[in-house]
Design a protein around this ligand. Structure first.
Ligand SMILES: CCCCC/C=C\C/C=C\C/C=C\CC/C=C/C(=O)SCCNC(=O)CCNC(=O)[C@H](O)C(C)(C)COP(=O)(O)OP(=O)(O)OC[C@H]1O[C@@H](n2cnc3c(N)ncnc32)[C@H](O)[C@@H]1OP(=O)(O)O
Ligand SMILES: Cc1cc2nc3c(=O)[nH]c(=O)nc-3n(C[C@H](O)[C@H](O)[C@H](O)COP(=O)(O)OP(=O)(O)OC[C@H]3O[C@@H](n4cnc5c(N)ncnc54)[C@H](O)[C@@H]3O)c2cc1C
Length: 556
């Protein structure tokens, strides 16, 4: 995050000064924004940067205990520098959060500089090797030219020039949220690889006396756990490609001072980061539990995969908060549509009248047709967004201000943003496959994956579709059955579909997910390396167990 921030927020002179140092690993940096007291509410950050025109320096301080920077990755022991987000003060006026490059440690002996107190925040649930750290600043001075001034400037006499958009400072977070969509796809692909390969190796239970124990991958319940998640990994792969394309296009526009789509990008990246990380987070646990006891072993790779992935739901914007950000924009779009404005691509459906198109219960609708089902996802999203938006309007009519009305409708706003994200993902998956140049056999297999993703997505949220009369109860039941009917067909290619992710064993880090399937021998070998097995009789025996047993035996 340190380098992307410099790349996006530096003037050309600052780029020339800082970026070569980063690329050559002459300095190591982190992104120090979050504080003990604030992570979500950026405008509440307390770190200060006061400009001293006499020395043309900024004086940085952590004025309170809650202002201590807390959590930034590699801040504790590794980083020599940080981008520090602080409240800018110049000529007695506060101008809000701005980014500053701050050297933390000497490049000679790595000792913290004067006015800098840094350290590790202590053991966490995962990311053991990462020294997430704290930073306390005390009257620490940096040159004026260390404020990243691409968008806003402070002149030598302290005059402040404001940015074209205050939220340009938030640009790095948007970029990393887009990366996290990719991270979700990768994590779910890894988990699917481990669980499906192991399920092809593991045999368990005797269905009928005398019959060989079947592969657990042959059980419909195991397939129902794993194949929708496999399909989701493929869906997220295509979505992260689409998301990155939109990000790159909008970022190019921003670089040409065209800020027209910055809000749409923020809303989409926020919703997709939250949606994909929540789904992946839950999916990792389903994959682990589908592997029985061995899934709980470190040897499976699942404990570390989960512990390292799960903070994706928190960092870079806590998921609920990001869904609310996305929803806030959707509400704004409903208003714009009602006032006749044209809506941008990813939200243009909100100006369509989808309500009459599909009333639930009409017979003869082709419930296996993906294009038709995507239109139902669209209707569900539009209904939920309009419902939540109407709730906000009713709140305002009842005398609330906008903030109060948004807060009062926030549960429904989160549901609406989820439905919007889900529609975007399902639509992108189906459309991406149409554009894919692939053999008919491959198209058929991928169509099965897209179908099970779309069917299962409706089955797991059938209440949304039935409550709004988008589907009748019997139609929802039919779609649920369509998903189950696909499972044995996907079974045929399931192992090939995870092999296609091409994770090397060294990357997958899983005895259960080994490419050669040689699980049991390697589990036993792995266990031999357990520290507890260094000696046959563990030293603790002589201190505790031995005396206890001997004392009690003497009573017999
Ligand atoms: C290539 C392979 C990839 C594999 C690897 C995959 C994954 C790993 C990758 C990365 C992870 C690794 C490390 C990550 C380590 C973690 C780092 C961090 O966590 S950094 C800190 C992150 N912190 C946050 O995200 C803070 C969240 N809070 C906020 O963003 C803001 O406080 C919030 C909630 C948006 C509120 O903003 P605020 O200004 O206070 O109030 P408003 O809601 O009123 O917003 C005002 C307007 O500004 C618009 N806005 C807000 N944010 C943005 C934005 N980012 N871009 C554009 N516009 C934005 C908002 O919509 C409002 O607009 P309107 O007034 O409604 O028009
Ligand atoms: C592993 C890890 C690495 C990190 N790395 C970095 C880093 O490198 N740099 C950095 O600056 N930070 C980093 N962070 C910090 C991270 O960005 C914050 O933890 C994150 O932004 C969430 O803020 P918070 O912790 O204050 O949670 P809070 O905002 O306090 O969230 C707590 C609860 O309050 C709810 N809540 C908060 N605001 C609202 C609202 N407006 N409406 C409804 N509900 C709300 C949330 O939904 C959540 O349920 C890291 C965190 C972790 C766990």
């Amino acid at each position: 995050m340190f380098i992307p921030t410099l790349e996006r927020q530096c003037t050309s002179e600052q780029r020339e000064k800082f970026l070569p140092l980063c690329y050559d690993y002459r300095i190591i940096g982190t992104y120090a924004q979050t504080e003990l007291g604030h992570g979500t509410f950026l405008r509440g950050l307390e770190t200060t940067a006061h400009y001293d025109p006499n020395t043309q320096e900024f004086i940085l301080n952590s004025p309170t205990i809650s202002s201590i920077k807390w959590w930034p990755g590699a801040l504790g022991k590794t980083s020599t520098h940080a981008v520090v987000l602080a409240q800018l003060y110049t000529l007695g006026k506060c101008h809000g959060i701005h980014p500053f490059v701050v050297q933390l440690r000497s490049l000679d002996d790595h000792k913290p500089l004067r006015g800098i107190t840094v350290g590790d925040i202590g053991p966490k649930m995962g990311f053991g090797p990462n020294d997430n750290g704290y930073l306390k600043l005390h009257k620490h001075r940096i040159p004026r030219t260390n404020m990243l001034m691409k968008y806003s400037q402070v002149s030598p006499d302290g005059t402040y020039t404001k940015p074209p958009r205050s939220t340009l400072t938030y640009g790095t977070m948007t970029f990393v949220r887009v990366l996290i969509v990719h991270g979700s796809a990768i994590a779910l692909a890894k988990a699917s690889t481990i669980a499906i390969r192991y399920s092809a190796v593991r045999r368990q239970s005797e269905l009928r006396p005398g019959e060989p124990e079947p592969q657990i991958l042959s059980y419909p319940t195991q397939q129902h756990k794993l194949f929708p998640l496999l399909a989701t990994a493929y869906a997220f792969h295509f979505v992260q490609l689409a998301m990155m394309k939109i990000y790159t296009d909008v970022n190019d526009q921003i670089n040409n001072s065209n800020f027209s789509r910055i809000q749409e990008l923020h809303a989409l990246s926020s919703g997709l980061k939250a949606f994909t990380s929540w789904v992946t987070n839950a999916g990792l646990e389903v994959c682990r539990m589908s592997c029985g006891g061995h899934g709980y072993s470190q040897a499976s790779g699942f404990p570390r995969l989960y512990a390292d992935f799960t903070p994706s739901c928190t960092y870079e914007g806590e998921n609920t908060v990001l869904m609310l950000q996305s929803a806030r924009y959707l509400v704004k779009c409903v208003r714009d549509a009602r006032s006749g404005k044209t809506l941008p691509g990813t939200v243009s459906y909100l100006s369509e009248d989808v309500s009459a198109v599909h009333s639930g219960g009409s017979s003869g609708r082709d419930l296996s047709n993906l294009d038709f089902l995507i239109s139902l996802y669209k209707q569900r999203a539009s209904n939920q967004v309009h419902f939540a938006s109407d709730k906000v309007d009713r709140g305002i009519s009842a005398g609330m201000d906008l903030v109060g009305a948004l807060n009062s409708a926030s549960v429904h706003l989160v549901s609406a943003a989820k439905a919007h994200s889900h529609y975007f993902i399902a639509k992108t998956f189906v459309e991406s496959l149409k554009l894919l140049k692939a053999s008919s056999e491959l198209q058929n297999v991928l169509h099965q994956l897209a179908s099970v993703y779309v069917f299962e997505g409706i089955a797991q949220s059938s209440g949304d579709f039935i409550e709004d009369y988008i589907l009748s109860g019997s139609e929802a039941k039919t779609i649920r059955q369509l998903a189950v009917d696909l499972l044995p067909l996907i079974r045929v290619n399931a192992v090939s579909l995870v092999d296609a992710f091409s994770f090397r064993d060294e990357v997958l880090q899983s005895v259960l997910g080994r490419y050669d399937g040689n699980v049991y021998e390697n589990l036993f070998k792995w266990a031999q390396n357990s520290p507890l097995n260094k000696t046959d009789v563990h030293p603790s025996y002589h201190k505790y167990l031995g005396p206890l047993l001997k004392r009690n035996q003497s009573k017999l």
